[in-house]
Design a protein. Structure first.
Lengths: 309, 448
């Protein structure tokens, strides 16, 4: 199972391509382990931070002898330590994510989110971070799967298996999922939400939960996933459409022939993005036809010290 | 411009084209049920728009079906393409039969010429003069714009020896209408003396000539109209009696006229049943009378006329014997076409229904009424004066249903019309092919 899930979600060629990418947080990491992020601790790291006048009791190993020889003043060198992060990947498995369009052959939003989550998890692990997973869609708003951030290959294996076994669950808002994340994630961690963000309250509760995470010092990234058909870019056909999360609601029509459909959709996501980014959430928009590797490269350039927002 | 021989078919095609349109909008939509997570953004407006604007392939299918109906209607409408308006060509048909000799000798030749050319205001100032040539073959002479009417000399109207039959002339010209080119309408101006015997013969034939245009009658102002003469030959002169004379009077014929080219020649075989031989036996005539050939022929002027009644055999061929019927279809005798004359066999005695020749007047009268299609009253009432005869003839022509003006292009455009019809049918087939291809492509798309 382990090999099958990993090979399917993370094929070797993708791993090769991802090898030089680094996802470095913009924040100061509070992790205890080694990583690529700047730590809140200053001391024995490798990255030079600043000079400080020598004080009694300072370790003489940190004294800048060259500066002392030139200026006859005693300064010690301060270094920034590198640390790792605890991260949670939230995958929305509500029924609305179980949609691949009607053209046939396309990847569904949930499956695309699975691939993207695996790739992001790999990048997190490469940076020394500890990835965890929360899959929404359980009964009563509970998570369908919850794997707290853990180090080691076995938790990673379980995470990949859980990703591979994701199935559409029950509809529900995303805000409770973020609250659950807040309860299992160490402060100053990283949260990635993969969803179509079709919230009943236009994302107001979601924005509040994201704001709470941000207030804790967590980095929150929201990745919106839609199909081209939902974006009215292709494949619209005159049919009787129904909402998978509300089967009783049916409307005849076609998205690509309704000029106000795309305007309403754009308006909804623009408002949601404004709400979230207002709280410091990083907002990305992808469609299920976007190739994964170019997408990741556009977010995380090799050697970049911070992801593009 | 496109002219239609049967416009009703075009209207029918246009109406039929509306049927697919009607079905397209009335047919209940068979929408597939599909999921759309972003359904909330679909507005009510899309419903209306979708209702009116179907998918492109459905619209294409609708247009193809409508085009198919319309093209089929247009194909059967006999559409023909004719060129731009070029005016009405007028064909001057001059009766140059021997009967016109009197007009030539006694009348005013210049007046006759003027009557022929009167009103020939042609936009192209062109004229086509047609006169009967040797053997009745029409001679067509065209005059260009520079020649015009003045180029016509009276000699063009000089009568010839022999007989000219106007109906035959017109029919021949109709069949050879390709000679009359350059016009989109064709009229015939017939210059002839209103001698009712000749016209009476020509009238029913003019009907069958189906001249595709207006026929204008021009009677030259001649002082007198010679009445027709008749020569009655009897195979049994001893049987000539009063009833025979009465019959001739019914027909308006007399026997005291000098022979002329228009003289009627009637051969009456009157005798006993035995003397007429086997062919003329009343029994044979009666047998033929109950055959499918019914009351269609009549002896009138020495020719077998094509009657108005149902005659699957048409004008009998030379030597063919047809029954002579009395009123009510009772067989009374037999007639045979022989050498341009009509020979009638009437038994004088026996059980055939005719005793002596006493019933001949009634026989001829009823046969005229039923077989020829010309009422005796009209024949009897035809005026002798030229003006009155022309009017009467014109009335008869109108009553006979001859068109006032029929586009000559109907004749000229027959070939073009045929090609247009073929083109329309080919387009209809192409439409069917396109629809078939579209349907198959759609099926493959669904299967894929």
């Amino acid at each position: 199972m382990r090999g099958k899930a990993r090979d399917e979600l993370l094929p070797p060629e993708l791993l090769d391509e991802l090898a030089d990418l680094e996802w470095v947080t913009r924040m100061v990491a509070r992790g205890m382990g080694g990583g690529i992020h700047r730590s809140v601790f200053v001391g024995a790291g490798e990255e030079f931070e600043r000079h400080r006048p020598y004080q009694q009791g300072d370790d003489l190993r940190h004294l800048d002898w060259r500066l002392l020889a030139r200026t006859d003043r005693a300064y010690v060198r301060r270094f920034r330590e590198s640390s790792n992060l605890h991260a949670m990947i939230v995958v929305d498995a509500s029924p609305s994510m179980d949609f691949a369009g009607h053209a046939g052959g396309g990847v569904g939003k949930l499956r695309y989110a699975t691939f993207l989550a695996a790739a992001l998890g790999h990048l997190l692990r490469s940076a020394g971070d500890l990835p965890g997973l929360l899959v929404t869609g359980g009964r009563g708003g509970q998570p369908a799967a919850l794997l707290p951030p853990r180090a080691g290959p076995e938790p990673w294996r379980r995470l990949l298996v859980a990703l591979d076994q994701i199935a559409p669950g029950h509809p529900g808002p995303l805000a409770p999922a973020l609250e659950t994340v807040g309860s299992v994630l160490v402060r100053g961690g990283r949260v990635v939400v993969l969803s179509d963000f079709l919230e009943d309250d236009a994302g107001a509760a979601l924005a509040r939960s994201a704001a709470h995470l941000r207030a804790r010092g967590d980095e929150v990234t929201a990745i919106r996933i839609l199909t081209p058909e939902e974006l009215a870019e292709e494949g619209g056909e005159d049919a009787l459409y129904h909402d998978p999360e509300d089967p009783g609601l049916e409307l005849p029509g076609s998205p690509d022939r309704d000029p106000r459909y795309r305007a309403a959709l754009d308006r909804y996501y623009a408002e949601l993005a404004r709400l979230l980014t207002g709280h410091g959430v990083v907002w990305h928009e992808v469609r299920t036809t976007d190739p994964l590797l170019p997408l990741l490269r556009s977010w995380f350039q090799p050697g970049d010290r911070a992801p593009r927002g | 411009m496109i002219e239609l021989a049967r416009p009703a078919f075009l209207w029918a095609g246009a109406l039929a084209a509306g049927v697919p349109l009607l079905l397209h909008f009335l047919r209940p939509r068979e929408r597939s049920r599909r999921a759309l997570p972003t359904l909330r953004f679909l507005t009510e407006e899309s419903r209306v728009r979708i209702h009116l604007a179907r998918r492109p392939d459905e619209l294409l299918l609708l247009l193809l079906r409508m085009a198919l109906c319309f093209l089929l209607g247009a194909a059967f409408a006999g559409a023909s393409w004719i060129g731009p308006e070029e005016g009405t060509g007028t064909l001057v048909v001059v009766d140059v039969g021997a009967g016109m000799e009197g007009a030539w000798a006694d009348g005013d030749p210049e007046a006759l010429r003027a009557a022929a050319l009167d009103g020939l205001e042609h936009p192209l100032a062109a004229l086509t003069l047609v006169r009967a040539g040797a053997g009745g073959i029409p001679e067509v002479r065209r005059l260009g714009p520079g020649e015009a009417a003045e180029a016509l000399a009276w000699t063009d109207f000089r009568p010839t020896e022999g007989e000219v039959r106007l109906a035959h002339l017109l029919r021949a010209l109709r069949d050879d209408a390709a000679l009359i080119t350059g016009f989109d309408s064709l009229a015939a101006r017939v210059v002839s003396l209103p001698r009712w015997t000749a016209w009476g013969v020509g009238l029913p034939e003019l009907r069958t000539a189906h001249w595709p245009g207006a026929i204008e009658l021009v009677a030259p102002p001649v002082p007198s109209i010679p009445p027709p003469a008749v020569i009655v030959e009897w195979t049994a002169p001893e049987t000539v009696d009063e009833p025979v004379q009465q019959a001739l009077e019914v027909l308006g014929l007399g026997t005291d006229r000098p022979p002329s080219p228009d003289t009627l020649r009637v051969v009456l075989h009157v005798g006993s049943e035995d003397s007429l031989g086997e062919l003329w036996a009343p029994g044979a005539a009666q047998a033929r009378a109950v055959s499918p050939v019914e009351g269609a022929f009549l002896l009138l002027d020495g020719r077998i006329l094509e009657g108005a009644g149902p005659s699957p055999e048409g004008t009998p061929a030379e030597g063919t014997t047809v029954p002579v019927l009395r009123a009510g279809g009772v067989p009374a005798g037999a007639a045979r076409r022989a050498g341009g004359r009509c020979e009638v066999a009437l038994p004088l005695s026996g059980d055939a229904g005719i005793v002596g020749s006493g019933e001949l007047p009634l026989l001829l009268e009823s046969a005229i009424a039923e077989g020829c299609g010309i009422t005796p009253a009209t024949l009897a009432g035809l005026p002798d004066d030229a003006e009155g005869a022309v009017d009467a003839w014109s009335r008869l022509l109108r009553g006979a249903g001859l068109p006032g003006v029929v586009k000559a292009s109907t004749v000229r455009g027959e070939e073009a019309g045929t090609s247009l019809t073929r083109l329309l049918l080919a387009l209809a087939l192409l439409v069917v092919l396109l629809e078939t291809l579209r349907t198959r492509a759609s099926d493959r798309r669904r299967a894929g």
